[in-house]
Design a protein around this ligand. Structure first.
Ligand code: BES
Ligand code: MN
Ligand code: MN
Length: 456
């Protein structure tokens, strides 16, 4: 029987070419114009999973983008792992900053360069290939189900209903997800938590048309100025969020857990260099890692209004807008936080402007227990393939469906991700090291063996 290493070595080019085919489909869920591409990506995965050995592989329509569901059931006596991934990607803009076109994958410096190379096409495809190896070599030790969706990057809006409607089909002992990062191949880690998210858009309207800034300037409230003042007031000088009630549901993290977190290696200088800044900033009283791992945030993702073209134009704009995301921690609730935001924002708006707050999407935070066979199996698999016992890390990112899975299906997830923070996901020049891609396939295969052994 061929080993997984031999399988990878002798199928290397084919595996990459297949992944590239998936990456070439510009499945950007944020854009209506890419709707046909969502269907193409789903079709591609349905076929890939079928070819990889799934007994069933189907596309399920939702109110949004289709879900691909596949399964290979060997025996109802064996444990069942549900693999989750997403085939949608973030928009590729700004296009002029890419060194090679975002949807024409290219290998340079031992990395795959493309939108989705890591998040999440590269990472989910490792699962398809580990599965293909196990079915073709007759070594699959347990039942496997796949659920791959196309709305993760826009908040997984249709997925709660999909889970409710398909509880039986999705039944499993655990959920396995590769859509997060590890610290480094020589400092392996497993994600032990995710933050939640509450995403709002605000609009400040003043005069019903743009005004000459000489004729009217000084006497009329300028929506852009007002918006800046309002959003600036949302945090105090210590970086605490000034929305009443915002912290009410934040579960305190014990000194012990904070001390554990502090042991995690973190090279502050290297971190700053990798993003081109010479100082960091955030909430007073917390370390850099605590600020991203266990504390909530409020960030402007985009702010616009008035004249932004070349040269100058002298106006008081009629409207100003901003998109604001709040990362949440246990036990904050996304909708409740959006409500607190709205009440506060409306209450501080001055007379002379109208303010609108729209809740765009959200999801809850997630914490994964470490003393379970599921986590044990992941830790063993990572240790075996990366040579070191992985460190559990609470990540700052969000995968909204993970808390939905827990709430609706009652199933916990393991976040065994193989990306690196420097893979530039969501940014120009997203990339994924080939080393992580292929080592990940091996790790996933080992996970199944350990998990099935520990469960029986
Ligand atoms: N894969 C990421 C989440 C992630 C990345 C978690 C790295 C941990 C480490 C996911 O695709 C993502 O980008 N999620 C969005 C969620 C949102 C759009 C609802 C996020 O975190 O911004
Ligand atoms: Mn992702
Ligand atoms: Mn993403």
């Amino acid at each position: 029987m061929t080993s997984i290493k031999t399988f990878i070595d002798s199928n290397r080019d084919r595996i990459l070419e297949e992944l590239f085919e998936l990456i070439r489909i510009p499945s950007v869920s944020a854009k209506q114009e890419n709707n046909p591409d969502m269907i193409r990506a789903a079709e591609f995965l349905k076929k890939s999973l079928k070819k990889a050995g799934a007994g069933k592989s189907e596309i399920y329509q939702t109110a949004g983008n289709p879900v691909v569901y596949a399964e290979k059931i060997i025996s109802t006596k064996l444990p069942t792992v549900l693999v989750y991934g997403h085939y949608d990607v973030q928009p590729a803009e700004p296009l002029d900053q890419w060194k090679s076109p975002p949807f024409e994958p290219e290998i340079r410096d031992g990395r795959i360069w493309a939108r989705g190379a890591d998040d999440d096409k590269g990472q989910l495809f490792m699962h398809v290939k580990a599965f293909e190896y196990m079915t073709s070599s007759g070594t699959l030790p347990c039942n496997v189900k796949f659920m791959i969706e196309g709305e993760e990057e826009t908040g997984s809006g249709s997925l709660e209903k999909f889970c409710r409607d398909n509880k039986k089909m999705l039944a499993a002992d655990m959920i396995l997800i590769s859509d997060t990062t590890m610290i480094a191949p020589d400092i392996p880690s497993i994600t032990s938590g995710l933050r939640g998210l509450s995403y709002v858009q605000v609009e400040v309207s003043g005069p019903d048309h743009d005004l000459h800034s000489g004729i009217y300037g000084g006497a009329v409230l300028n929506p852009c100025n007002v918006l800046c003042e309002l959003v600036a007031s949302l945090k105090d000088k210590d970086g605490h969020i000034a929305i009443p009630g915002f912290y009410d549901d934040v579960l305190p993290v014990s000194r012990k857990e904070r001390n554990e977190m502090a042991k995690r290696p973190f090279d502050r200088e290297k971190y700053m260099r990798s993003i081109g800044v010479d100082e960091l900033g955030g909430e007073k009283g917390y370390t850099d890692l605590e600020r991203t791992g266990i504390r909530p945030t409020l960030d402007i993702n985009g702010i616009w209004g008035g004249f932004t073209g070349e040269g100058t134009k002298t106006i008081l704009p009629s409207k100003a807008r901003a998109k604001i995301s709040m990362r949440l921690v246990p036990d904050q609730k996304a909708e409740k936080i959006a409500g607190l935001f709205r009440d506060h924002f409306l209450s501080i708006a001055p007379a002379g402007v109208k303010v609108k707050v729209e809740y765009l999407h959200g999801g809850e935070a997630y914490v994964s227990p470490l003393d379970t066979p599921e986590y044990q199996a992941a830790a063993l698999a990572v240790e075996e393939s990366f040579g070191k016992n992985p460190i559990p890390v609470r990540s700052g990112g969000s995968i909204p469906i993970v808390s939905t899975f827990e709430k609706i299906l009652g199933i916990k997830s393991i976040l065994m991700g193989f990306g690196l923070d420097t893979d530039a996901i969501h940014s120009p020049n997203e990339n994924y090291p080939l080393f992580n891609f292929f080592r990940g396939i091996e790790t996933i295969q080992m996970f199944y063996l350990h998990y099935t052994r520990l469960k029986s």
